[in-house]
Design a protein around this ligand. Structure first.
Ligand code: ADP
Ligand code: MG
Length: 621
């Protein structure tokens, strides 16, 4: 049979380089990864065998076997699971199939410390490739269940791998690691047992260790979730979470309960304390595993939890599910719909409990990590809206920390009828926005929204406790209804005389470049700002739509001018004189461009802008 050479996908090559050459603090990760692959392979076979029992023929009990060969300096991890044929080997062990892999490699290359790298690898699970942390040569011999031909895959982890037909008497996969110099600790049975006890104790399969003599059964194999809460220690929960979620952090919350009665099931759910880097990848896998009577069914079901809880890891094991349930049946299963509703309720009540904790810091960590995902629920799940609105936290002009809607309502000014917000990309720029000036002057709190999702849930939700959400970029936000703090009102400066003449002049000059020109109620420091007319689309929303090519041209805006600003007063004085004021027109255009720049947009005509600015500066010097 011929030997074929294949190059690794470019990302894999770069990944392997990082994996092989970084100094990891904890290389034992490779063992957990390979054992978990073996255990996945057995789970997959067991599931397929529910409908094709012949696949199990001649394989014995499903198990993982580690074999130490001190002479050859090899460690072999073998399983009698589903196995891989030639195509599987090429695609599974030559590429990173998951989307976002390029981004992952990029982040990995940029990670500074070894710890950062390990944690990235853990979140992503470089999985199989972690073998090259300890091995300078890896051989994979595999035969797929139901097929007769075996295949041998070999690589030294640099650039390419070979593949050839090979004899393999039984189904399954055998991965032989030829250990690097300095990695002989992986030939010590005691060392391996220690790592297995730490990471793989809860693997549901027997793990056997062969070191010359008789195989030894080295794991407990107890399904942790079947125990009662009081029997499980925090460390055990943590290790199980790490095993299940391929994570390196501690769970931020652990929810473990048994439901009995109309439906019988056990749930063990974890909320991570770190945000995985691919949280916003729409193709991100669901991370909840579904078991039926302790047999793994699937981790691909969208039916167990809604997308806006996709950060929750864990498993559900039901006594009532049919073992041979198909994916289509899962989708239509009323049982699963009930379980899902119950899980959502549990997670929300745990979050509510923690949100009301006296110590605000832990909940805020959670919110930092997963808040934007939770907010997706506000428009996707109207039934949970009231509950979710109590959990949402915001940045605001009133405080440096996070504020809740209840905090906001508690600080409403007399006469204030709406919950004001401003949306944009950057918190810093937002909090300095000219549009906020009048609100600040009257002491009205404004929520600062920076997540793209905000533009979608706000129109869907509309209100909180009969107060409407209203963007400050819409001119309709009526400041005159709100009573100002007394002191602040006194400071209000007089509006320039002749302001009306200036306004008419500006309208004539700008023509269609703006929708209208008005005297501002909101500005105190800036000369002008652009706002949306009360019925028009919020300005940040419009920008988002333009970025995504959903909207071609920008909508004309209303220019508000600050009648008491020195520049505006000076312009107003000019506007009363006879003539057609060509210089005043130049200043008018500078004024409009200024407003655009303050909103983070370029001047309408950058070259003309520079020319006008230079002319004005030359005159001033
Ligand atoms: P992951 O396990 O997260 O999918 P890995 O890099 O660990 O990523 O493995 C890549 C793929 O290779 C697996 O999804 C699986 O299809 C295949 N694979 C790895 N090890 C085995 C094995 N022991 N038996 C069968 N297939 C395997
Ligand atoms: Mg894996």
């Amino acid at each position: 049979m011929t030997l074929e050479r294949h190059g690794f996908q470019a990302e894999v090559s770069r990944l392997l380089q990082i994996v092989a050459h970084s100094l990891y603090s904890d290389k034992s990760v490779f063992l957990r990864e390979l054992i978990s692959n073996a255990s996945d392979a057995c789970d997959k076979l067991r599931y397929l065998a529910l409908t094709q029992p012949e696949l199990l023929e001649g394989g014995g009990e499903l198990a993982v076997t580690l074999t130490i060969d001190k002479k050859a300096k090899t460690l072999t991890i073998a399983d009698n699971g589903i196995g891989m044929n030639k195509d599987d080997l090429i695609s599974h062990l030559g590429t990173i199939a998951r989307s976002g892999s390029a981004k992952f490699v990029e982040e990995l290359e940029q990670a500074k410390s070894a710890d950062d790298k390990v944690s990235l690898i853990g979140q992503f699970g470089v999985g199989f490739y972690s073998a090259f942390m300890v091995a300078d040569n890896v051989t994979v011999l595999s035969r797929k269940a139901g097929e007769t031909q075996g295949w041998r895959w070999i690589s030294d982890g640099t650039g390419e791998f070979t593949i050839e037909a090979a004899d393999k008497p039984t189904r399954g996969t055998e991965i032989t690691l030829h250990l690097k110099k300095g990695e002989s600790e992986w030939l010590e049975a005691a060392r391996l047992e220690h790592v297995i006890a730490k990471h793989s104790e809860h693997v549901a399969l027997p793990i056997h260790l062969v070191d010359g003599a008789e195989p030894k059964h080295v794991n407990q194999q107890a399904a942790l979730w079947t125990k009662s809460k009081s029997e499980v220690t925090t460390e055990q929960y943590r290790d199980f979470y790490r095993h299940l979620a391929h994570a390196f952090d501690d769970p931020w919350a652990t929810i473990h309960y048994k439901a009995e009665g109309k439906i019988d099931y056990t749930a063990l759910l974890f909320i991570p304390s770190m945000r995985p880097f691919d949280l916003f990848n729409p193709e991100r896998k669901q991370s909840l595993k579904l078991y039926a009577k302790r047999v793994f069914i699937t981790d691909q079901s969208d039916e167990i939890l809604p997308g806006w809880l996709r950060f929750v890891k864990g498993l559900v094991d039901s006594e009532d599910l049919q073992l041979n349930v198909s994916r289509e049946m899962l989708q239509a299963s009323p049982l699963l719909a009930k379980i899902r509703a119950a899980l959502v309720k549990r997670v929300l009540s745990e979050l509510t409990k923690r949100a009301n904790d006296d110590d605000k810091a832990p909940y805020e960590t959670f919110w930092d990590n997963f808040g934007p995902v939770l907010k997706e629920g506000l428009y996707e799940d109207p039934a949970q809206r009231d509950e979710l609105l109590k959990l949402v936290r915001f940045r605001s002009t009133a405080s440096d920390g996070w504020v809740s809607l209840a905090d906001y309502i508690g600080r409403l000014k007399e006469g204030q009828k709406a919950i004001y917000y401003i949306a944009g990309d950057q918190l810093d720029a937002l909090s300095r926005s000219a549009q906020l000036e009048g609100f600040k002057a009257k002491g009205i709190e404004v929520l600062l929204l920076t997540d793209p999702i905000d533009e979608f849930w706000i129109p869907a939700v509309e209100k909180f406790e009969d107060k409407e959400f209203r963007s400050v970029t819409r001119a309709g936000a009526d400041l005159s209804d709100v009573k100002a703090d007394d002191k602040k009102d006194e400071a209000k400066k007089p509006v320039a005389e002749n302001i009306d003449a200036l306004i008419s002049f500006l309208k004539m000059t700008y023509k269609d470049a703006v929708k209208d020109v008005r005297i501002s109620e909101r500005l105190t420091d800036s000369a002008c700002c652009l706002v949306a007319d009360s019925g028009d689309m919020d300005m940040h929303m419009e920008r988002l739509l333009r970025q995504h090519k959903r909207l071609e041209a920008s909508l004309p805006r209303v220019l508000e001018v600050n009648g008491s600003h020195p520049l505006v007063s000076a312009m107003a004085k000019q506007a009363t004189k006879d003539g057609d004021w060509p210089e005043l027109a130049e200043t008018a255009w500078l004024l409009l461009d200024q407003a655009r720049i303050q909103d983070g947009e370029p001047p309408a005509d950058p070259a003309a802008f520079v020319k006008r600015l230079n002319a004005a500066l030359a005159k001033a010097i």
